[in-house]
Design a protein. Sequence first.
Length: 284
Amino acid sequence: MQWRALFLLAFNATKGEFVMAQSLIQLAQQLRETLQPSRSLSAQPELVPAPDELSPLAAASSPQAHALRMEIIDVGRKLWERQYVDGNGGNISVRLGQRYLLCTPTMISKRDMAPADICLSDFEGNILAGDRHRTSELLLHIEIYKSSLRARAVVHCHPPHATAFAMTGTVPPNGLVSEYETCIGPAALAPYETPGTQAFAETVRPFVRDHNTILLSNHGIVCWADTVTHAEWFVETFENYCKTYLIAQQIGRPLNFLPAEKIQELLAIKRRLGLPDARMDNSL
């Protein structure tokens, strides 16, 4: 029976007929809902297998891997444009689930990378998919991932002002700029070892839990975060802070340090953001 006819029947009916018409309308509504597919069910997205459930080749070809590759490429270009890398220097990696890593290859400018250049590796440094050789410093990244489950992405590069501190075996002082205190705080300084070796990778192990930014003596800087983009943000923040500090030193006036109680307020913000800092508990 058509909806219009049911409505007219209900409108012109006696009381008993009205009740019957109501029942017919309810029955028609129930029948309509039964015959039509559920809106909530039809709106559910198709389930996508987690990368850990896939073979290496399938994981490397997954939509998640593609999105992460594009993020790596974008960050690589930012590093090159900001002159944080030169030649084929610097490397980037990101977790793909719990079994795999995506990483930049060796011997390529971070300006010139394409999706096919990004390698798939396990957590032992074995290449599982990709035609290029992995970065020789992937062991450094793996050591960071093994030291902190919060590390989801790692960026290593050689920004000039930060590397100048690494060359002198020093770190910039704290307590001068609020944004730096909130994002980074005390930076660590790892001792020198030959790049690409396991000994080099292990130099950061004591610092990863309490520091998202580590200076590598006579080499450069490495930052970790929850995403590749955020790790690159920390690189920018640290490099800009080093540059600004050196400029301030040239003015020849005393530096104004933040009061201790204001530092505590910034640490409270940092704690809510879930960022590490050697001045507070980082047991998460």
